[in-house]
Design a protein around this ligand. Structure first.
Ligand SMILES: Nc1nc2c(ncn2[C@@H]2O[C@H](COP(=O)(O)OP(=O)(O)OP(=O)(O)O)[C@@H](O)[C@H]2O)c(=O)[nH]1
Ligand SMILES: [Mg+2]
Length: 354
């Protein structure tokens, strides 16, 4: 599975700047609101030092990191849902994403127009939430006639219609769908509406480079992740050594890409495991709590169907015993079965039957 993240925010808050910092391409950042007229999509490799350490042991033909897809859309202004600006028409591009990154403007720059004139990230967050709720209410309104028709035909569909009506009433007060008290079954029923406010949201405070160590006030109980997007997009053009120097100068321990993907994994309850052979060293993404056959299924459905066992070592053991022969000799290669719950960083060799 590849994680997909949509970048949202008011116009001119630095979404495209963040996107280009993440994608290291040098992108479409301009001074003018509503400048992004094409949605930008990029597949990014998630940097993970552990891959190199594994590769030093197995000397594989190739190294394959996990990937995250980022989608950058145009800004949503107050009134977007009524057609103000270009943002609304791009919302469709982020309906299929797993999570949203909401960029909030913390930098003051008189050269860069602020659509709401003053710096106030909490207000901007509220404005954006309102716009996303209104967009979802539009989706619901368009879906209701169809749902009502189906509810009359099939009794089973009546549950769904009733749920959507209740959700609509609840969201009419400006509340995001994710805060509605769904049962698991209801959550399932609502899924195919792809509501934007059902997606988990990661707040990013886009600060000027001299504020990279800022600790922002929480917004609705959540402390935004601080990224100096413009500085990071400049740093993305540098070689590793120079980049490290600049990060040190700004007081940043790790790049925005690493911190953002870690935060997204945490938000979505995801973790990594590895396969490490002489052909390939590779990172895979699975939900926390996944059992061994489910992890095998991420590699190939045959692996899941024909699952026999998972020869497993922790990452630390794999490194300490220098790979499979050393692990075996020390009795550190575990033979795990169907009920094994995979741990973060496990190095696994699946045995299966086809
Ligand atoms: N001073 C300062 N300027 C920034 C920072 N981040 C972005 N900018 C500038 O703000 C302007 C807008 O940035 P974009 O990344 O295009 O903003 P956006 O959110 O994508 O805007 P739209 O796509 O039009 O909604 C550009 O001139 C950026 O260089 C920052 O941290 N500090
Ligand atoms: Mg943009």
């Amino acid at each position: 599975m590849s994680l997909s993240i949509g970048i949202v925010g008011l116009p001119n808050v630095g979404k495209s700047t963040l996107f280009s910092a993440l994608t290291q391409k040098g992108g479409v950042a301009t001074k003018y609101p509503f400048s992004s007229v094409e949605a930008n999509v990029a597949m990014i490799e998630v940097p993970d030092d552990r891959l190199m350490q594994l590769a030093d042991i197995t000397h594989p033909g190739k190294i394959v990191p996990a990937t995250v897809e980022f989608v950058d859309i145009a800004g949503l202004a107050r009134g977007s849902s009524l057609g103000e600006g270009l943002g609304n028409q791009f919302l469709a591009r982020i309906r299929q994403t797993d999570a949203l990154v909401e960029v909030l403007r913390y930098f003051a720059d008189s050269e860069v127009v602020h659509v709401e004139e003053t710096l106030d990230p909490a207000r901007d967050n509220e404005t954006l939430t309102t716009e996303l709720v209104l967009a979802d209410l539009g989706t619901i309104e368009r879906a209701l006639p169809r749902l009502e028709k189906e509810a009359k035909k099939h009794k089973s569909e009546a549950l769904k219609f009733d749920l959507v009506v209740r959700l609509q009433q609840w969201m009419n007060d400006g509340r995001p769908a994710r805060e509605f008290d769904f049962s698991d079954e209801e959550r399932h029923l609502i899924y195919d509406l792809h509501l934007l406010t059902m997606k988990p949201v990661l707040l990013v405070a886009n600060v000027d480079e001299d504020k990279a160590t800022l600790v922002p006030e929480p917004i609705n109980g959540v402390t935004p992740l601080v990224i100096a997007a413009r500085a990071e997009s400049d740093i993305a053009q540098m070689d590793d050594e120079e980049a490290a120097e600049f990060f040190a100068l700004l007081g940043i321990a790790e790049s925005g890409l690493i911190r953002l993907t870690q935060a997204a994994y945490q938000l979505l309850g995801l973790q990594s495991f590895f396969t490490a052979g002489d052909q390939e060293v590779r990172a895979w993404t699975i939900p926390i709590g996944a059992k061994a056959p489910q992890a095998a299924g991420v590699i190939h459905s045959d692996f899941e169907r024909g699952f026999i066992k998972a020869e497993t070592a922790s990452f630390a053991d794999f490194i300490a015993y220098q790979g499979e022969p050393g692990l075996k000799a020390a009795g550190k290669l575990r033979q795990e079965g169907k009920e094994y719950i995979v741990s973060e960083g496990d190095v696994i060799h699946f045995k299966f039957n086809v």
